[in-house]
Write a protein of this length. Sequence first.
Length: 200
Amino acid sequence: MYQVKYAGPRPIISKHGITYKDGKEDKYIYLQIAIEILKDIDCDYENIKFHTHVVKNKELSQEQIDEILSKYENELEEHIKTEVQNYKEKIKCEIESVQKMKNINDIEKNIWIENINIMTDYRIQRAINKIYYMHCINDIKYIILKKRIKEIDTPFNEKFWHVLETIQGALESGKKSVSTKLEEVTLDNGNMIMKLHINI
């Protein structure tokens, strides 16, 4: 089984070198939060339709992550292997595309391809992290629809906002899509939280 671990922001690779794109952070930093939300909403209390998430700050091991996600997908390992292999094929296609370019010379092509090769392991690790993250998001969608959860509340910060936006996108697309609303709410004590309302 593949291992999740932090890689870094999205690289931009060209004949000129390697840079990193602001705002395109590694999904690894959101995965633990997504798994916490998944565990919270998949509780034994069938009648709870509103969930408030409390930060636990407990980092899960790879074994724990695999165990949790495997509850929702019997063939999780095979699915992840297939998706990682597809990503590796995508990188091969990138190299072939550069080799076929007519508007740059052989030296520039070689530099570009070498930059792709240098960053291959880095990019594959980012892909592994994103694949795990998106499997977790789809599991969250499954539980929300199955249990008809109408609201999820989380602390107010950038990481939770990103995860809730991803959940929102999953709920509003694909089969059995539902409309949602994500908002910031200030409580009576002055603290801010985020609410994801689900029209289900």
